[in-house]
Design a protein around this ligand. Structure first.
Ligand SMILES: [Zn+2]
Length: 485
């Protein structure tokens, strides 16, 4: 090989090596970019597990044991599992009135045991259906015989059904895009507290009551929806968040009420494979009763009207939803202590006598608000032992633009609106009844006004504002961490 040919060959092999090197660099770069893009990808799994109660199971939402008739429509526990960069979080909503803390603890333990998602990363809430199974231990304590047997068996199985929904959702993860829609609906919900002629404030004072002067508080008309689909556009799930008590069905047969109707209507548009999950907004003082008319305010027709209106609102939102950039998924809980109420031994004994008398039924029994107060005394004294009420607030954040906040109990709508306003996330959904049930949490103003909700409150005046401060602070903490990343 002469010098020139050698140089040529050497140059040739050099060029080949350089080309190979550059190709490898390019491939590595592509792989790196692809990995970076992939790392940010959100994945979603969803599942629905039937929890329709059997005939004879007590119905929820009251203060006495009322065995229910066969279901009108099926009840579900619906679960979404989110995954991003190895973090997994879950969101569960079930067609029940509420979950007291022991259910949550048990369900989360089973979720952790199943291995897919850490139980503490799952927010568990209820649609607050008053035509679902009875979930209040203190009411169920009055059940006996066959009714008690049915209730015990149903409740024993329920945490397992929640865990099953999460497990199934975690098995079918698919790449997902997130879309957000904000609408307004002011024709179906009413603040149920009214200032009366004698200066008092009354909850549900009755339709066309001539003593009503004015409504005592606002409604939150904001209807928020999150929609998830695959990058190819296959519908996966819709989350609907609206503040309205789920009390419109009103029958003696089990029903998921209007949230179930919303889900069925949306499935007609987006396909039966799509899961619709209802997150109850803060509706402690909000229901469907229009006091200006004598028209019936509950029953299947009312439930259908509300369900169809809200579903139509979401359908309109689908057409103008904004994409939410896929970014870090983060979830965190904060333990919260709410100032306790204290009662004497004599007050506790009197409360127990009132509850006993109320279980006998018939005329001449204790008055409604006295029964409500008696339950509060027993809960504050025995359930919480006169100590601060320990509970939880939780948040799931999708990057810096979207978060879901969970509050325990039935929270006044003013408090939910304050949390949305105070949140650093421009899009914040707030679910009440998340991870705990402590009856009502009124705002400070409502305590001295009295009537139904403040009478049920297990925590002292100001506990609502304290809860919102803690929840806001948790959102701020998550948000600032996200900004630093
Ligand atoms: Zn309620």
């Amino acid at each position: 090989m002469d010098n020139r040919r050698w140089r040529g060959a050497a140059l040739g092999s050099c060029r080949r090596r350089a080309r190979r090197y550059h190709r490898e660099v390019r491939l590595t770069l592509f792989a790196f970019i692809a990995a970076a893009l992939h790392a940010g990808e959100l994945r979603l799994g969803r599942a629905e597990v039937k929890i329709t109660p059997p005939e004879g199971m007590p119905m929820g939402g009251g203060f006495t044991v009322r065995p229910g008739k066969a279901a009108h429509d099926d009840l579900f526990c619906k679960a979404l599992v989110f995954e991003q960069d190895g973090t997994r979080a879950g969101l569960v909503s079930c067609d029940v009135e509420s979950f007291h803390r022991p259910w949550i603890v048990k369900a989360r333990r089973l979720i952790t045991d199943a291995g897919g998602v850490p139980g503490d990363n799952v927010m568990i809430t209820a649609t607050h259906s008053h035509s679902g199974p009875e979930m209040t231990p203190i009411v169920l304590a009055g059940a006996a015989g066959e009714t008690k047997r049915i209730a015990d068996a149903y409740h024993e199985a329920l945490p397992g059904r929640i865990a099953e929904a999460v497990r199934l959702a975690g098995q079918g993860m698919e790449p997902a895009r997130v879309w957000f829609g904000r609408g307004s609906e002011d024709s179906v919900s009413f603040n149920r507290r009214y200032v009366m002629k004698d200066g008092s404030v009354k909850t549900n004072p009755g339709q066309v009551n001539p003593d009503i002067v004015r409504v005592a508080g606002p409604i939150d008309p904001e209807l928020l929806a999150l929609y998830f689909d695959t990058p190819e556009g296959k519908p996966l799930a819709t989350i609907v968040n609206f503040a309205l008590h789920t009390t419109s069905w009103g029958g003696a047969d089990f029903s998921s009420d209007y949230p179930g109707i919303v889900a069925r209507r949306l499935a007609e548009v987006k396909g039966a494979d799509m899961t619709t999950l209802f997150l109850p907004g803060c509706s402690g003082n909000i229901n469907q009763v229009d006091v200006t008319t004598k028209e019936r305010q509950s029953g299947p027709a009312v439930s259908a009207r509300i369900g169809n209106i809200l579903a139509a609102d979401v359908m309109k939102l689908y057409r103008k939803m904004e994409p939410v950039p896929a970014a870090a998924l983060r979830i965190r809980s904060r333990a919260v202590e709410l100032a306790p109420l204290s009662f004497t031994g004599a007050e506790l004994a009197a409360a127990k006598r009132t509850i006993e008398a109320s279980r006998k039924g018939g005329a001449g029994g204790p008055k409604f608000l006295d029964i409500v107060h008696a339950f509060t005394v027993v809960n504050a004294t025995e359930t919480h032992g006169g100590k601060p009420v320990r509970t939880e607030t939780q948040a799931i954040a999708f990057g810096e633009e979207l978060a879901i906040a969970g509050l325990p109990a039935e929270v006044f709508t003013e408090l939910g609106m304050a949390l949305k306003r105070g949140s650093p996330y421009p899009r914040t959904l707030v679910s009440e009844l998340a991870n705990d049930m402590l009856d009502y949490i009124p705002n400070l103003r409502a305590f001295p006004e009295g009537s139904y909700e403040p009478t049920t409150a297990r925590c002292a005046p100001g506990c609502g504002e304290h809860l919102i401060q803690e929840a806001t602070s948790l959102l701020v903490e998550l948000f600032r961490e996200g900004m630093r990343k």
